[in-house]
Design a protein around this ligand. Structure first.
Ligand code: OOB
Length: 513
């Protein structure tokens, strides 16, 4: 296993192999198998309608792998920051094929996220795209000058090197295939190593519980680099089932509804605020959405009331998904009774997912696709895992006799803003850098649509800054837009707990009261 990663203990690894979860095949087999079994089926459709069969996609990947092999070595880390464009798929699989390890950044990330990520991963290359919405070339310049180890920048939709396919050595399926980003709870980013074996299982098994097959047309509405849209079941699950993947540039009804009609999309996955938006827009939409069979909702809690409205408004079934980039995935089952689908966040994907709910409600888990440690984070790992290897999710849940989980809250110091995760400490550190800020504490405030929004409490030692100025200050530091506070509250001093720590519970109560 790659240095800096924590392997599963040998007995568990054997159990996962014996049970067939770990199939001993490299992740890029998804496409190679598809090209062998059904070369002429449509694998991928771009936003503009461009189409690739499995054979064509496989050939493109092979040429991209050959083009990249001279400049990137096996096991080297590579930053991948691409929107939902066909090149995402080509580059992702090309990197797997040469044994390089993609680090999946979100398109929304900026300098404040990308620089620490480049440092931690010791990335040697950085894939960006030319995009109307943002100048990624400028961002890449900033990152490469701050972290010289990033020796090459590729603009995937402008200068992707292609060459005649060459034979490449197969990676060890038990080794790391890629890194996902953790939602995070601390001031620094955390990388989640996912192996070929574990991530292949993740995609295959979630495709199965979601009823994916060759008739599946999966729309990628969320960022493809997020675990939900990538592999839960997401685009990798759709490929595993021999289905078709359609890429949407963004999840707005104006973008997505025409694609659903055009490509007869059968299933997609979204976060709760997007589901709400779609339900509102569907009533007035001209497009025919009748091909949609299933809407998967996850990333943040979907309340029972909107959950019950999915079928009447969109005419499709609902599947709740409670997942995490760290591993464990919970799904309501397609044949679950309606009350479980509406009122719970599903039950674990795998019979060998071990779930422990502590007396305080905290969910701990280990299993065949849940990490055993973050990358190069020994100290943090001591806090995030039990002695016997359970991951402390920081989520508070209730488990029903059926095994279904109801998410009731959170212990971790993170804000879940409509599925986008904001580590409080990270934002507090940025706020503390402001000259007028003496102390900062960030808490979530309840919001009908987003679930939570972000409130920054400040103690100031200078002129009281306005929200607009604070946002501009943070933007200037290169903090991603979704992490900027929605509200500012100025206090003379913070309420403290009996132990003398800032009482975020008290701060939350102030917002509620
Ligand atoms: C997904 O992954 P992450 O890594 O962005 O965030 C994980 C965290 C969970 O620990 C939990 O706090 C929250 O997001 N969460 C939910 C939820 N789904 C995720 N909270 C309540 N209800 C839900 N349905 O968010 C993710 C990864 C794969 C599939 C789906 C979501």
């Amino acid at each position: 296993m790659l240095e800096g990663c924590v392997p599963w203990p040998a007995e568990l690894a054997q159990r996962y192999r014996d049970a067939g979860y770990w199939a001993g095949r490299p992740l890029d087999r998804l496409i190679r198998d598809g090209a062998e079994r059904h070369p002429d089926r449509i694998a991928l459709i771009g936003t503009d309608g461009a189409r690739w069969t499995y054979a064509e996609l496989d050939a493109w990947i092979a040429r991209a792998a050959a083009g990249l092999a001279p400049s990137i070595a096996p096991r080297e880390r590579v930053l991948l920051q691409l929107p939902n464009i066909p090149e995402f798929v080509a580059v992702f699989f090309a990197l797997l094929r040469i044994g390089a390890l993609p680090v999946l950044a979100l398109p929304a990330h900026r300098e404040a996220e990308m620089v620490p990520l480049a440092e931690l991963s010791e990335a040697v290359a950085y894939f960006i795209a030319d995009d109307e919405s943002f100048d990624y070339r400028a961002l890449a310049k900033t990152v490469t000058s701050a972290v010289p180890g990033v020796r090459q920048v590729f603009v995937a939709n402008a200068d992707l090197p292609l060459a005649d396919p060459v034979p490449l050595p197969e990676p060890d399926p038990s080794d790391v295939a890629l890194f996902l980003l953790s939602g995070g709870t601390t001031g620094t980013p955390k990388l989640i190593p996912r192996t070929h074996d574990d991530y292949s299982y993740n995609g295959r098994a979630s495709a199965e519980v979601s009823g994916f097959d060759e008739s599946t047309v999966y729309l990628v509405a969320l960022p493809a680099s997020h675990n939900f849209a990538l592999c839960s079941p997401g685009l990798l699950g759709a490929f595993a089932a021999g289905g078709t993947v359609v890429l949407a540039a963004d999840p707005s009804p104006g973008t997505v509804f025409p694609l659903i009609e055009r490509d007869q999309v059968t299933v997609t996955g979204v976060v709760p605020p997007i589901a709400l938006l779609w339900m509102d827009a569907a009533e007035f939409a001209d497009e025919d959405l009748s091909s949609l069979r299933l809407l998967q909702v996850g990333g943040a809690k979907l309340n029972a009331e909107p959950a019950a409205r999915v079928r009447p408004t969109l005419g499709c079934a609902l599947q709740q998904v409670f997942g995490m980039a760290e591993g464990l995935l919970n799904f309501t089952r397609l044949d679950d009774p309606e009350d479980l689908i509406v009122e719970t966040q599903g039950r674990p994907l795998c019979p060998d997912d071990e779930v422990r709910v502590l007396a305080n409600g905290e969910l701990l888990t280990r299993g065949p696709y849940t990490l055993r440690g973050y990358y190069r984070a020994e100290e943090h790992n001591r806090r995030s895992f039990t002695e016997d290897g359970f991951y402390r999710s920081g989520d508070l849940v209730r488990q029903l006799p059926s095994g279904h989980l109801v998410v009731e809250g959170r212990l971790k110091d993170q804000i879940n803003r409509g599925g986008e995760k904001i580590p409080a400490e990270e934002l507090e550190n940025h706020l503390l850098a402001h000259p007028a800020v003496h102390d900062a504490a960030v808490v979530g405030m309840a919001d009908e649509v987003m679930g939570e929004r972000t409130c920054a409490f400040l103690v100031v030692n200078g002129p009281v800054p306005k929200l607009r100025e604070v946002k501009a200050f943070l933007r200037d530091r290169g903090v991603a837009e979704f992490k900027l506070p929605d509200r500012l509250e100025i206090l003379d001093a913070f309420p403290l707990t009996k132990l003398g720590k800032v009482s975020k519970a008290d701060l939350s109560r102030r917002l509620a009261g």
